[in-house]
Design a protein around this ligand. Structure first.
Ligand code: ADP
Length: 161
């Protein structure tokens, strides 16, 4: 079965990577789908985020990295994927994620959303928190893959801001 793990991944964190590694054991193929959202101004381009994910998942087989725009269910139909994977950290995630799962199920009966509970080590971790720490000069080495940490440090030391 093909499963899609959709998200912004701006950038990928060790929390995301943990979900990818665990999904990899559950499904034949896991497609990490980077959402291209024209309403958001990301830190990294979709191309860069895909490259970061690709580099961070070199040790895994049957992982594909892709990008998409528009409705996730339309993307799932296109790939013939019957499962969406989402991660749950805190109660507020649950409310948002359940609403999304019900919406997707209403749009397409053929889709199932499977939630994986965060690894307790990463329950506090989000892309935004990592960016906030790095912005104020904190150490993010324990929160993101090393290639990504390098990209974030470079971002804040260049004139991107
Ligand atoms: P989105 O903008 O779609 O929420 P994110 O990149 O922030 O995209 O997250 C993608 C998915 O990964 C979401 O289901 C989110 O709850 C989950 N996730 C993010 N961080 C973690 C973490 N530390 N542990 C487990 N799941 C996580």
């Amino acid at each position: 079965m093909i499963a899609i793990y959709p998200g912004s991944f701006d950038p990928i964190t060790l929390g995301h990577l943990d979900i990818i590694e665990r999904s990899n054991k559950l499904f034949d193929t896991v497609v990490v789908g980077v959402l291209c959202n024209p309403n958001k101004t990301p830190m990294f381009s979709v191309k860069k985020r895909m490259e970061q994910i690709h580099q961070s998942t070199q040790h895994l087989s049957n992982i594909k990295v892709d990008s998409f725009t528009g409705l996730t269910v339309e993307y799932a139909k296109l790939l013939n994927a019957g499962v969406l994977i989402r991660g749950l950290r805190v109660l507020s995630d649950f409310e948002k994620e359940l609403q999304m799962a019900h919406t997707n199920k209403t749009l397409w009966e053929g889709i199932e959303t499977i939630f994986l509970a965060t690894n307790k080590e990463y329950s506090f971790l989000s892309s935004s928190i990592v960016k906030e720490i790095a912005k104020f000069g904190g150490n993010i080495d324990h929160f993101v893959p090393s290639n990504v940490a390098g990209d974030i440090y470079h971002y804040y030391n260049s004139d991107h801001q």
